[in-house]
Design a protein around this ligand. Sequence first.
Ligand SMILES: Nc1ncnc2c1ncn2[C@@H]1O[C@H](COP(=O)(O)OP(=O)(O)O)[C@@H](O)[C@H]1O
Ligand SMILES: [Mg+2]
Length: 287
Amino acid sequence: MSAHAPGRSQGIVVVKCGGSGALDVTRLCEDVAERTAAGQKLVLVHGGSAEMERLAGQLGVRLRHLTAPDGVVTRYTDDATLDVLTLALAGRVKPGLLCALDRHKVPAVGLTGLDAGLLRARRRRSVRAVVDGRPTVVRDDRGGRIVEVNAGLLHGLLAAGVVPVVSPPALAEDSEPVNTNADRAAAAVAVALRARCLVFLTGAPGVLTDPSDPSSVLAAYRLPPVGEPAPSWVAGGMRIKLVAAREALLGGVPEVWITDAAAKRPLRVLSGGGPGSSIVLPGVPSP
Ligand SMILES: Nc1ncnc2c1ncn2[C@@H]1O[C@H](COP(=O)(O)OP(=O)(O)O)[C@@H](O)[C@H]1O
Ligand SMILES: [Mg+2]
């Protein structure tokens, strides 16, 4: 972790780009180019579930999921899945972003959590979950939870005028790679950098009270108190995104947004007021 002067990084914005295929890379890069030219320090964090599924199909690897007792779904990462994840994120999604940024004259550096201990995680020893419909204790999951971010590395890149492009995997205690959820990685990076804002770009225009109706988007979504479940209409990948949003807000990130990855100006939320959903933690002042 870096020891940086308080306030030094107040202006940093962390943007999580959806991995599920909704992202319009060209539009994002146009916005990133414009914002960084104006002096905005930006960090991109990406996932890559669509590319992982494509590659897993090409390689004949079956991808599976774990459903925790609270209903949050995460990826079941066995050895073959970890290979697919690393190849898809570091070999396809990240190069795609770097090339698109270069076309827009944005200097960028691609990193996984393995670079200089960027993302350090504690390995999950065993996970209680429902796998393929059966309650199971899973012991071979190669996943972990981020416990440390090398913020100094990112500050150095930002000071050099470079946009860091970050993704899983992370490094476990034994210096082996482990999967970690990209939304939660984005939250951990935003907390470590004391970012002023975390933006999740995703396949929905924000948090919807009816996932099949884009017009049901909430301008502000109030997270339920700890221990209370998310509403039933929050499903799929949105559940863990809201877990990540809570972690960012609890970690002191003052502003968290969920907005449309395919929008004409995906980073318009940075000019204030949406569109998208501002995520609010009751008891923590909203922007
Ligand atoms: N209440 C909801 N509001 C918005 N999206 C929802 C909701 N419930 C489920 N979803 C789904 O969650 C998705 C976002 O999660 P995910 O597919 O993991 O995207 P990403 O790749 O951005 O992480 C949305 O595109 C939508 O299909
Ligand atoms: Mg997701």
